[in-house]
Write a protein that binds this ligand. Structure first.
Ligand code: PMP
Length: 436
């Protein structure tokens, strides 16, 4: 290129470095380089009519590292060691064909009721009884994934002077949604049994709510003990703290003696329960649900109609068929068995390659191992070095209010062979921090 342009080779290198520093190009681990921003807009930004508008909206931008992860996830061949999704190879293609078959006779694809397809709400009501949750179809709202449920909550029943207590660390996207709504977040520490409920303030002048992921927590993998669930429920009842219980990983237990949701204790409607099929079947369906008392469901449904006129009706019909035919439960059995196998393999491989450089607990279900380094590691550097060797990491810092020195390792996305390869490469690049 230098010869073609008739310039010095070092000039090209300097230009490339500057473009990379400005976030216009990005090098990948295969030695290739690609344009990652709209250079045209960038070059014209001084004069562009949109220049003043582009960041005016109330939603905050993603953390730079999250933006990088979102981009790099689609780099062909990269090993995604932190991705919170099922391996695409586990998608139940045969069951899927059966589930979409009834769509041939679908009555219509018009807009649906504000709270979602009645048949699906009935199917969910029947389904959640196995967790001890008793609800009526009027107490169920179908959402476009449970992330939307959090967004609805943040704009319908909380205001900018509200406070949301969360576990520290927690599911990062929930933090962003609440933050974008101007809501104050307060972190509550956890131990191996879950959130330390007695650290929740007994009183607060502000409207407040607790957001918790008691089962197979994202990102720590911790499952709250039964004792802690009971204590937390009682504590919140006495101190009048309403709860959002996020059950995204509820069904991914490995032990037959699994825990029941806190919602199952709730006779007064103090808990808003969130469910989703994103971690068990497919995030692409965008199907989640809220179980709460009718006034909450009506309010969220009313605003959801303003937002998007309802979750995809195609997805809702498909999900109804999955639930009513028993195919969903059949599929879940397979996923649990597979995830348990991958958890065991993941734990073994991490111990084998990283040994005493790290500490972690083996989770009882879900997707994640929260792996702490036993020595301070520069996370940004580690992230960049990993990308260079073809591994995409989810550093713990994106899940917390303060630096964590941890990684969220996920065994759900990569096959066992790929997982081992990714850990081998990770061990290779972390070695130098432990040799000194
Ligand atoms: N809650 C938790 C704890 C999650 O981990 C996720 C997905 N990462 C969600 C909610 C949102 O999932 P979806 O919107 O796809 O249902």
């Amino acid at each position: 290129l230098a010869a073609k342009l008739g310039v010095n080779r070092s000039t090209i290198t300097t230009v490339m470095d500057e473009l990379a520093a400005d976030g216009i190009i990005e090098s990948n681990f295969k030695g290739g380089t690609r344009i990652i921003s709209n250079t045209w807009t960038l070059l014209l930004s001084e004069n562009s009519i949109w220049n003043r508008y582009v960041n005016l909206g109330s939603f905050k931008s993603n953390h730079a590292m999250i933006q990088a992860i979102n981009r790099l996830e689609f780099t062909p061949g990269i090993l995604r060691l932190g991705t919170g999704e099922l391996d695409p190879a586990l998608f139940p293609s045969e069951l899927w064909k059966k589930a979409v078959k009834p769509l041939e006779n679908i009555p219509s694809l018009n807009y649906l009721e504000a709270s979602g397809l009645y048949q699906l709400r009935c199917a969910i009501v029947r389904y959640v009884t196995k967790f001890g949750i008793i609800a009526t179809p009027d107490q169920v709202l179908i959402t476009s994934g449970s992330l939307q449920a959090l967004q609805l909550i943040s704009v319908c029943i909380l205001s900018a002077d509200s406070v949301v207590y969360t576990e520290a660390p927690t599911y990062l996207k929930s933090l962003q949604i609440f933050q974008s709504a101007g809501i104050t977040l307060e972190s509550i520490p956890m131990d191996e049994e879950g959130i330390l409920h007695h650290r929740l303030p007994r009183t607060d002048q502000r409207t407040r709510i607790l957001y918790t992921i008691p089962t197979n927590h994202n990102p720590t993998g911790i499952t709250m003990s039964n004792q802690r669930r009971k204590a937390l429920f009682e504590y919140c009842g006495v101190n009048r703290i309403p709860i959002i219980e996020d059950g995204a990983y509820e069904e991914l237990y490995f032990d037959k003696q699994h825990h029941q949701p806190i919602k199952q204790m709730d006779l007064n409607g103090d808990i808003i329960y969130l469910g989703t099929v994103s971690k068990t079947l497919s995030p692409g369906l965008r199907i989640g649900w809220v179980i709460a008392s009718e006034p909450i469901i009506d309010r969220l449904g009313d605003v959801k109609m303003q937002m998007d006129y309802g979750a995809s009706s195609v997805s809702q019909w498909i999900m109804t068929e999955f639930l009513n035919s028993g195919m969903y439960e059949q599929h879940l059995e397979q996923i649990r068995t597979e995830m348990e196998k991958r958890r065991d393999h993941g734990v073994r491989v991490l111990r084998q390659y990283l040994g005493d450089r790290v500490s972690f607990k083996s989770p009882a279900g879900g997707f994640y191992i929260w792996m702490r380094f036993n020595k301070k590691i520069p996370m940004q550097k580690l992230f960049e070095e990993a990308v260079k060797v073809g591994v995409l990491l989810n550093p713990g810092d994106i899940y917390d209010y303060a630096p964590t020195n941890a990684l969220r390792i996920s065994y759900s996305y990569l096959s066992c062979g790929e997982f081992e390869e990714a850990v081998k490469r990770l061990a290779g690049i972390t070695k130098r921090w432990f040799e000194v």
